[in-house]
Design a protein around this ligand. Structure first.
Ligand SMILES: *Cc1c(COP(=O)(O)O)cnc(C)c1O
Length: 443
């Protein structure tokens, strides 16, 4: 009887004490420790490429691409991929405003700029209709982010890219191993990048993997930040004039302890991912019909998946709950014991001064327009869905394995809060809303 009273009003919590293992991530076992220690005990050969070569080989087989190049971070791999696509002075990339900054910010350092596209409210990925509004004769590439694991609308994006002769860079940092219509994301665009930092669903401690089927893109990325690999093996004719030094002036190789760790993590990833998928799909099946909640996952019949479900979120429809604010909704869920239920995702990047007013390189103008052939900021004015998205999304638990008893408690918490929303309206206080953050992980 008492159990139906909301915990925020001193009722019993829906979530009882349980094994916190179900949320632990990353999973590090003695297998990881052994392989990392082996590297640590090699003396000078901690540096170098031999273990990284193995990691790259295994990764490219897993990713089903021809080439893989391991970087020190996902951010570095994205900058290298942009150089691979020959993005330079005055070039524009089109990217969603709602993403982690590293998806697009490296374009500044190449002398290019960004035109923001709005997002789709269902997938939370780039809105393909808005891409068409943002294309100009300066557009070089579209950056696609499979946001919080959800595959973007790749069919449509590839069609637009082909029609307009522009490249596609896939940022798969949220969606390692996710499928789009039964095929792995990261294999659709001209080049793909994946962060491997430890908060991501596939991790190597720190690192970023660039993958492509295109030899020239691969070799340009090598030439950019890998002076040792920029050697006689390079086959692209014009790159042979600049061997032995890095064109970018960067040194981007990954730490080999991370490569060793990444190899073990990769070996174990598919089975862990399947456990996550089973748990998360069971959870969504349990709450998807509740008023106020819209699922963030592809339809089953699409044969698309959410990969390792990095940073899972739900979409909130306040109109089904008497316009209850998302902040009070989340607060009630936290009271039930869902500790990290918070409103918001990444804040829309176009709202940050770095994309409006900051002159990073002393060019006498904000970098975003100093690097452009026109004032691309005026294109920000229709980003309505991006502007509002932090008031329409909330974090949901990231279960790492299926345990019906535990997950059912969480499902019941959502049911209880949604069923009793009218009581919450009485304490709803909408002021001081500042939802979302510039980075999704706290690391
Ligand atoms: C984490 C992340 C990156 C950057 O990767 P790092 O390894 O942290 O440099 C890029 N894009 C997205 C979407 C990310 O979430």
């Amino acid at each position: 009887m008492n159990d139906s009273k909301l915990a925020i009003f001193n009722g019993n919590k829906s979530i009882k004490e349980h094994d916190s293992d179900i949320f632990s991530w990353p999973v590090v076992t003695s297998e990881d420790e052994t392989e990392v220690l082996k590297v640590l005990r090699r003396g000078g050969a901690i540096s170098g490429f031999d273990i990284t070569d193995k990691f790259e080989n295994e990764y490219k087989n897993w990713q089903e691409s021809k080439f893989a190049l391991a970087h020190s971070s996902g951010t570095a791999s994205i900058q290298a991929a942009m150089f691979g696509l020959k993005i330079g002075h005055g070039d524009e990339i089109i990217a969603p405003s709602v993403t982690y900054w590293a998806s697009l910010l490296p374009v500044y350092s190449l002398g290019g700029t960004v035109v923001f596209s709005d997002i789709d409210e269902k997938t939370l990925c780039i809105d393909t209709n808005d891409i068409l509004n943002k294309i100009s004769k300066n557009t070089k590439a579209i950056v696609v982010v499979h946001y919080c694991g959800h595959p973007a609308d790749l069919d449509e994006i590839l069609k637009i890219a082909k029609e307009h002769n522009i490249f596609v860079l896939e940022d798969v940092s949220h969606a390692h191993g996710a499928l789009y219509k039964n095929k792995k994301v990261g294999t659709f665009g001209d080049v793909a990048c994946a962060s491997l930092m430890s908060g991501k669903s596939l991790m190597a401690g720190e690192g970023g993997m660039l993958t492509t089927n295109n030899l020239e893109i691969y070799e340009r990325a090598i030439a950019w930040g890998f002076y040792r690999k920029n050697n006689e093996k390079i086959q692209t004719e014009y790159l042979k004039d600049s061997l032995h030094l890095p064109l970018g002036g960067y040194k981007y190789r990954i730490n080999q302890m991370c490569s060793a760790l990444g190899r073990v993590q990769l070996r174990n990833y598919d089975k862990r991912m399947i456990n996550i998928q089973k748990a998360m799909n069971y959870f969504w099946d349990g709450i998807t019909n509740l008023s106020g909640i819209i699922e963030h996952r592809p339809e089953k019949k699409s044969k698309s998946t959410m990969g390792g479900w990095y940073s899972p979120h739900g979409i909130y429809n306040k109109y089904e709950l008497g316009e209850l604010s998302i902040n009070t909704f989340c607060k009630a869920l936290r009271a039930e014991g869902i500790e990290d239920c918070h409103p918001g995702v990444n804040k829309p990047l176009h709202q940050h001064s770095l994309f409006q007013s900051i002159d990073i390189y002393n060019q006498g103008k904000p970098t975003r327009i100093a690097n452009a052939r026109r004032d691309v900021r005026i294109k920000d004015k229709n980003l309505f869905k991006s502007n509002d998205i932090c008031n329409k999304t909330f974090s949901i638990p990231w279960f790492k394995y299926f345990d019906k008893e535990i997950i059912d408690q969480y499902i019941n918490a959502y049911k209880k809060v949604c069923d009793n929303y009218e009581l919450l309206l009485e304490i709803d206080n909408d002021s001081n809303i500042n939802n979302g953050s510039w980075g999704l992980t706290a690391l």
